[in-house]
Design a protein around this ligand. Structure first.
Ligand code: MG
Ligand code: ZN
Length: 227
């Protein structure tokens, strides 16, 4: 057979099974006309605050819901529940990423036909989430101004697995002397042509542009579903 270490072989099989599950999920989202959007970032980059703002702003016009992954706590779900939308926490225990089976399991009992947009917040981690397709239509990678402009260069794989980059906490940009041009240059070096949004969940700056993009993508995926 082959000389690959057994662990590598097992890991490959796990990833293959994940792709099968992710493909099934993607089909279900498409059939139900749901735009599935996932969020990945380091811990502390403001994912949950960004998601809470997103849900609050979309709530009056769309049927939105969220799944949130976390290692140990349900704090994020409690916080997101303030936005009034259905939220389910996925507590992963020792697993530092979400996989498609966790998403599938969390969706049990939810009628996807009653949703327009589903957000999936991954566990804060810029490494292994890049390997796991969750069946999402759109993956956002978040980068906060407090993290340093070289994050894209350090974690190119996650930036490559994402569709769009979102710079968060721009209200703090001046205080931390964030070099926006350098950050954008690094994103483009890793992923040429990648669309970048600048946002502040605190002041709301940039949220309108980003939400317009999400809405355009939803129209696009609805049109594809109707074909
Ligand atoms: Mg969070
Ligand atoms: Zn992991």
């Amino acid at each position: 057979m082959n000389a690959e270490p057994r662990l590598v072989e097992v890991r490959k099989n796990v990833l293959k099974q994940n792709d099968v599950t992710a493909r099934a999920l993607r089909g279900r989202f498409r059939d139900a006309g749901v735009l599935a959007v996932s969020l990945v970032s380091s811990p502390g980059s403001g994912k949950t605050a960004f998601l809470e703002k997103t849900l609050t702003l979309l709530y009056s016009r769309y049927r939105v819901a969220a799944l949130v992954g976390d290692l140990a706590t349900e704090n994020d779900a409690a916080r997101l529940a303030r936005s009034q939308v259905p939220v389910k926490q996925i507590v992963t225990g020792t697993v530092c990423h979400l996989d498609a089976a966790m998403v599938q399991h969390a969706l049990e009992g939810w009628d996807l036909n009653t949703l327009d947009i589903l957000f999936i917040e991954n566990v804060g981690n810029l490494v292994c989430p890049s390997s796991y397709d969750l069946g999402e239509d759109l993956r956002l990678v978040l980068l906060s101004v407090t993290e340093g402009e070289d994050k894209p260069l350090k974690y190119p794989t996650i930036f490559n697995s994402a569709d769009v980059a979102v710079i968060t906490k721009i209200d703090l940009a001046a205080a931390v002397e964030f070099d926006e041009a350098a950050a954008k240059r690094n994103i483009q070096a890793v992923r040429p042509g990648m669309e970048v949004f600048k946002t502040s969940a605190k002041t709301g700056e940039g949220m309108a542009e980003y939400l317009e993009f999400i809405e355009r993508r939803r129209v696009h995926s609805r049109a594809a579903a109707a074909v």
